[in-house]
Design a protein around this ligand. Sequence first.
Ligand code: GUN
Length: 320
Amino acid sequence: MFRAREAPFRKFKIIHLHFLSGTIHMTAKLIEGNAVAEAIRKDLRERISDLSKKGVRPGLAVIMVGDDPGSAVYVRMKEKECIDLGMRSKTIRLPADTSEAKLLGLIDELNADKLIHGLLVQMPVPKHIDPRKVIMRISPEKDVDGFHPVNVGKMLIGETDGFLPCTPHGIQVLMERHGIETSGRHVVICGRSNIVGKPMAALLMQKGKCADATVTVCHSRTRDMPSITRQADILIVAMGAPNFIKADMVKEGAVVIDVGMNRVADDTSPKGYRLVGDVDFEAVSKKASAITPVPGGVGIMTRIILMVNTVTAAERAKGG
Ligand code: GUN
């Protein structure tokens, strides 16, 4: 399995942004995902080629229920990444009124399909479907999202034969490849979702490379959040709220990782909206030592780790 602690150590060029704020000249490094993703793609192509010599083509099935525009974009991008790597891609788009029973039946079929090694249901699902039942139904061996309790449990106790969740592990790899030290540092995570906040905390508090951090998790009920975020050496934000983190919530020189991807109305854009993160980039980049852009930071890492997990699932299915 691809894990940050096993990854060959490569540093990527960090781009410097220069701002003039009053009389103070400030600099933030840009932590970009694209170059890191490209290096991982190179490694994946070799693994996919080795599998093809054994007659195996890694296959990923993605199920989307409903027509949420944001989810539709994510699903298309996963499909494209899969095809570009020469993997098998099966995308199943179901109407929003699809019954829970029908969805669970489809998962059973894909669990049994030998051509499919990785399987996920894009979240969120419509309200009449219980996401916990969906996650539990996916075979842990095909759960390339790393959401099944078996994989969550393995991650928590540091077992290496499960699947790590894509966004948190992608952030770990992104930091490692940019030479950002986590050991002994105070990481503050804003957000406690099962997809990002909770697993991010679990991964960073583990013993080992790209981990060994002191972790604090803040959430919507946290009192006086700015007093906590200002203590962060590394601030990871996954609140789902545009421009939630302002400059006065960040310590001078902190590393800031923005997981947010929010659409805000913008009449000047042909699409009528633009994407912004959970961090007020313009203001915070004047204070941080390094920061991820949105888009171009964390999002691509989520997708590439999904591909890594799918190739790993195919190798394991083959006994490789
Ligand atoms: N919705 C937002 N992020 C994710 C993800 O990583 N996986 C799935 N299945 N749904 C999501």
